[in-house]
Design a protein around this ligand. Structure first.
Ligand code: RTP
Ligand code: MG
Length: 141
């Protein structure tokens, strides 16, 4: 089924100049970016985006990290793109992420307060719809 997902190149990825490499992997897999925007998040936007994590021990450092620079927000479309991009991204923890994945190849554990793992990808159809509405309120398909 053709799906749409929200992908974020987090501030570590933008700062390290990996936006192009990450978009290249998305496109090489056959997924189509249908909206792309460089945005600096706000605390309000992050509280919505990461609603499931508010109050967890890593939430404050996560927000600090996500406010540390611009994020490249991408809506991507394709057959099975929601689980498919999660596979491309690899495990949340860069040390555990398999080689061949974005996190496995390009991210590592920097010993920081929160895992800086380059990308976000929606984890379900419900999350994708919710997150696309947060980052791209005008997006219509
Ligand atoms: P994401 O939402 O960013 O696609 O990543 P995910 O589903 O693989 O991970 P999730 O559990 O939703 O966590 C969201 C993000 O919070 C940071 N995190 N750090 N203990 C930690 O240091 C920790 N736990 C979570 C990561 O940036 C993770 O991607
Ligand atoms: Mg998540």
């Amino acid at each position: 089924m053709t799906e749409t997902t929200l992908i974020l190149v987090k501030p570590d990825g933008v700062k390290r100049g990996l936006s192009g490499e990450i978009l290249r992997r998305v496109e090489a897999k056959g997924y189509v970016p249908v909206a792309v925007e460089l945005r600096t998040a706000t605390p309000e936007l992050l509280a919505e985006h990461y609603a499931e994590h508010v109050g967890k021990p890593f939430y404050e450092p996560l927000v600090e990290f996500m406010l540390s620079g611009p994020t490249l927000a991408i809506v991507a479309e394709g057959q099975g793109v929601i689980p498919g991009f999660r596979s491309l991204a690899g495990a949340t923890n860069p040390t555990e992420a398999a080689p061949g994945t974005i996190r496995g190849d390009l991210a590592r554990d920097w010993g920081l307060k929160v895992m800086q793992n380059l990308v976000h990808g929606s984890d379900s159809e419900e999350s994708a719809a919710r997150e696309i509405a947060i980052w791209f309120p005008a997006f219509q398909r």
